[in-house]
Design a protein around this ligand. Structure first.
Ligand code: KG4
Ligand code: ZN
Length: 334
């Protein structure tokens, strides 16, 4: 029997819908919310309002494009968390109403698990067990992935996520939100060894990025005192140097975990896995340490419903459904 699932993602500032047919992601439509740019970060109330406006058109687009009628659907999936409560509510409410109207089973997906399962959308696919460095605007985790739905967080950030460190650094440089991709862009023409920043790592496999953010703030303040045009004159080198530091911090713990667990399958996922330096570094270090490395396609790095769809497919196979009483969980854990 065919398995057709409609999947919805609405945890933060992207409204997205995807259709998956027998484990093949057929489409992945994303409506990005530009309303947050001028505020320097996602404004939760504006995000949920934009989700309300976007959700029906984006789902219509996914269904029409896939040429799958509503009556051929086998389940509907939504992101249950983690994420912004008001944003999650829009996807959850839609999914439940849709399921009720069409008498479909409902699948609740963990957003962080989905970022990892994005690796199973296209080839090459990692083999179990593998380590996944999940790096986004809200999370920084080293996860041991034993099976599709069996994952264990080995280490995580104790304060800011690495994407947040990118975005806050960008904000201090006067760049619009989200600044991570812009730092990446400017860094490509800069020298990463120009400026040094202190190491703010913690013990074990955990991360801490709040210290580096403060160090960067004081660094800029002191340099701007000497030269008010410091940022505009040295933007590329500043971006390359802060990016190098953040990526170095990520790689130290990842190497440590791979060595300790003796694992040679290593993947990255989440929005920051779109970063060009991280993508190069993971491959380089993979060659050095004998890892098979896995990097998702750009389309599946940042938030998207394709990854919710692939997670939903495996949950469907496991008959892991929820009832109409399922509610969004902003702090959902594995
Ligand atoms: O996974 P994601 O789309 O949303 C969350 O679940 O948070 O990740 C968004 C984060 C933002 O912090 C954004 O600045 C960062 O990913 N990001 C990047 C790049 N592309 C997206 N950071 C650095 N370099 C990039 N190329
Ligand atoms: Zn995400």
């Amino acid at each position: 029997m065919d398995i057709n699932i409609l999947a919805i993602e609405s945890s933060c500032d992207e409204t997205s819908a995807s259709l998956i047919h027998n484990g093949e992601v057929i489409n992945n439509f994303i409506a990005t919310q530009s309303v947050h740019e001028k505020y320097g970060g996602v404004v939760p109330e504006l995000a949920s309002r934009a989700h309300q406006q976007n959700i029906i058109p984006i789902i219509d687009q996914a269904l029409n494009h896939a040429n799958i009628s509503k009556s051929s659907l086998n389940a509907v999936a939504f992101t249950q968390g983690p994420g912004l409560l008001g944003a999650l509510l829009v996807g959850a409410s839609f999914a439940k109403s849709f399921a009720m109207a069409l008498d479909l089973p409902i699948i609740a997906v963990n957003h962080m698990q989905a970022h990892i399962l994005a690796h199973f959308i296209e080839d090459p696919k990692p083999k179990f067990p593998f380590l996944c460095l999940t790096v986004s605007g809200g999370h920084t985790q080293i996860v041991l992935v034993n099976d599709y739905l069996e994952m264990e967080v080995l280490g995580e950030t104790l304060d800011d996520a690495v994407g947040e460190a990118f975005d806050k650094s960008a904000k201090l440089l006067g760049l619009p939100y989200p600044g991570g991709p812009l730092i990446d862009e400017y860094a490509q023409s800069g020298n990463p060894d120009t400026y040094q920043f202190p190491d703010t790592s913690t013990v074990g496999f955990n991360y801490s990025f709040s210290g580096i953010k403060t160090a960067f703030l004081y660094f800029l303040r002191d340099r701007l005192k000497e030269n008010p045009k410091f940022i505009e004159e040295h933007l590329n080198d500043i971006c390359a140097s802060i990016q190098r530091k953040l990526i170095d911090m990520l790689m130290v713990k990842l190497r440590k975990a791979a060595r300790k667990l003796n694992i040679h399958q290593v993947a990255i996922s989440g929005g920051v896995s779109a970063n060009s330096e991280l993508r190069i570094r993971i491959v380089e270090e993979g060659e050095k340490y004998g890892w098979d490395t896995y990097i998702p396609a750009f389309e599946y790095c940042t938030d998207n419903a394709g990854m919710i769809a692939i997670a939903a497919h495996y949950k469907y196979l496991a008959r892991d459904f929820v009832g109409l009483d399922a509610i969004p969980q902003p702090r959902l854990k594995f």
